[in-house]
Ligand binder design. Structure first.
Ligand code: ZN
Ligand code: ZN
Length: 296
């Protein structure tokens, strides 16, 4: 993969206007804000119950991110990391510890349906559990039962976002390379984010990093001729950017219209748009773990 990953100390800053091709946020802050956004969206949604369940899981991810910041920092110091990050057996002990803590905390607040999912995960033998973790990190969610995936992916998501935050890398795109998947972890984008500056970033569903992509071109195939924005109304802050060339789409979030939009929460809460687009035989090229049980 022709991706330059550079250490902060070695990169020469070329942009004086503050523009950076890569944004890395703080995982605990991102998860707390996402959980709050899910609760807010639930107040006025036909799928309120599910948004609240997602909010419970994400709120516990915020706690995991705080509790595991030091162990992950130690992991990063003592392991040779390859970029983009690729799960190997070294990851399993920490992932299993995260899963144990998440399961215990979730059991105290969750509905019977979620408790059944936790029980099913507890019954997995370790080979199957490792197989599921690996499939999710490799963007192969179809190999994992969807209801189990929402909890297992929460651990992968927390772990990779802490690793990325800890290593504090910078990244510069290669000329003429269109980066569809995350340069840091290989994860699929959750959505496009149009920042107040007007720049477009793709938000990684797995490690929460954001990387720059030019606007008005398909994030999947880079075609610029057949792009359309579709939404329920023209004022919508969340739309779908559709491509008539590769017949895919990705949600696009306009933060200048609404600053507290979240790529996972707002993508999930605009499921009606996905249902409409599926009738046009367009496929999603983004990833959202919480949509897996709904789109099977
Ligand atoms: Zn990533
Ligand atoms: Zn395309």
């Amino acid at each position: 993969m022709s991706v330059k990953i550079l250490d902060k100390n070695t990169i020469v800053k070329q942009n004086s206007d503050g523009f950076t091709p890569l944004i890395i946020g703080d995982p605990a802050t991102i998860f707390s804000a996402r959980a709050a956004r899910l609760r807010e969206l639930a107040k006025d949604s036909f799928m309120a119950d599910y948004l609240l369940v997602a909010g419970q899981i994400v709120q516990l991810q915020a706690q995991l991110a705080e509790d595991f910041a030091a162990p992950v920092a130690q992991f990063v110091q003592t392991h040779e990391l390859a970029w983009p990050l690729t799960l190997n057996s070294d990851w399993f002990p920490l992932l299993e510890q995260m899963l144990a803590q998440l399961s215990t905390s979730l059991r105290l607040v969750a509905s019977d349906d979620i408790v059944k999912i936790i029980d099913a995960i507890n019954e997995l033998d370790s080979d199957t559990l490792h197989h599921y973790f690996t499939a999710l990190q490799h963007n192969q969610s179809e190999r994992v039962p969807a209801d189990l995936a929402i909890i297992l992916f929460a651990c992968i998501n927390t772990f990779t976002s802490l690793m990325v935050k800890t290593t504090a890398l910078e990244w510069q795109p290669e000329p003429n390379v269109k980066q569809h998947t995350c340069p840091l972890c290989g994860g699929a984008p959750a959505a496009s984010m149009i920042k107040g500056s007007g720049h477009r970033y793709l938000h990684c569903s797995q490690c929460e990093a954001e990387w720059h992509r030019l606007r008005a071109e398909c994030t999947q195939c880079a075609d610029g001729e057949n792009i359309q924005l579709q939404s329920e109304t023209l004022e919508d802050a969340v739309r779908a950017e559709t491509c008539g060339h590769c017949h895919s789409y990705l949600k696009i979030l306009f933060l200048e219209k609404q600053p507290n939009l979240d790529p996972i929460a707002d993508d999930l809460a605009t499921l009606v748009l996905d249902q409409k687009l599926s009738q046009s035989e367009l496929y999603r090229n983004g990833f959202n773990p919480f949509l897996l049980p709904l789109m099977q």
